[in-house]
Unconditional design. Structure first.
Ligand code: DC
Length: 221
């Protein structure tokens, strides 16, 4: 019986596949804490831009990451990464930050730092953590791994509907081909294709799998 142990649900996948929407719905249904690890990388990318650090210089980015003053907080069931006591919620979503983030996310020292911070999030409770390397690298020991994908056309349409014009294929390629913790399907992950599914349908599929695993582990009846 492991009813008192915390659970980490790892949700990885491509850009605009529906990771965030599904992760939020699953976290809400289970009362778990939601962690958007992409937002953590975006925060560093924004901060590098603001600090006039060249994101193509891995040494400079690694040094910045060792020195910046950050704090993790849990607000309304979601984790926030604050820098200099500020939460750059809007700034991390700009086109400028989106263009900087893959470079920052490819730096091995950054990935080590992020992995530690992301593991520290367990202090807030059971987690639904979304990203690119959660099941493969950050919490490889979890029994709750999902990989979400959708056809490129469906994903591009979703981004367009949000008013964002982005070369998703190029970003996925960069995320998949980098040397440090690339985007990949983690061993043992349940694959979900959201191309023709509503968020309600896909999140119910995830919740069914999670509950069945929890039953197998004797956490629920
Ligand atoms: O999910 P997103 O678009 O907010 O992610 C922003 C960038 O950060 C994206 O280029 C991939 C990268 N990222 C990563 O390398 N590892 C993660 N765990 C999360 C995001």
């Amino acid at each position: 019986m492991k009813a008192d142990e915390k659970i980490v649900i790892a949700i990885d996948g491509t850009s605009a596949s529906g990771k965030s929407t599904n992760a939020r719905l699953v976290a809400k249904a289970l009362g778990f804490v939601y962690v958007d690890t992409g937002a953590m990388y975006r925060t560093l990318a924004w901060y590098a831009g603001k600090s006039r650090i060249d994101v193509h210089d891995p040494k400079a980015v690694g040094q910045l990451c060792r020195q910046w003053r950050t704090k993790l907080m849990c607000v309304d069931g979601a984790v926030r990464l604050l820098v200099d006591n500020y939460f750059p919620e809007k700034e991390v979503r700009t086109d400028e930050t989106s263009a900087l983030v893959p470079h920052v996310a490819a730096v091995p020292k950054v990935r080590d730092w992020m992995k530690q911070k992301q593991r520290d999030c367990i202090e807030f409770g059971s987690l639904v953590m979304e990203g690119r390397d959660i099941g493969s690298n950050v919490f490889p020991e979890t029994n709750y791994k999902f990989y979400i994908d959708a056809a490129l056309g469906a994903r591009s349409k979703r981004r367009e509907a949000e008013g964002v014009n982005e070369d998703l294929a190029a970003r996925d390629q960069r995320d998949s081909q980098r040397a440090a913790a690339p985007l990949m399907v983690p061993l043992g992950a349940v694959m979900i294709d959201t191309s023709s599914q509503t968020p309600q349908e896909s999140s119910e599929m995830i919740l069914d799998k999670v509950r069945s695993q929890m039953r197998d582990e004797g956490r629920i009846d």
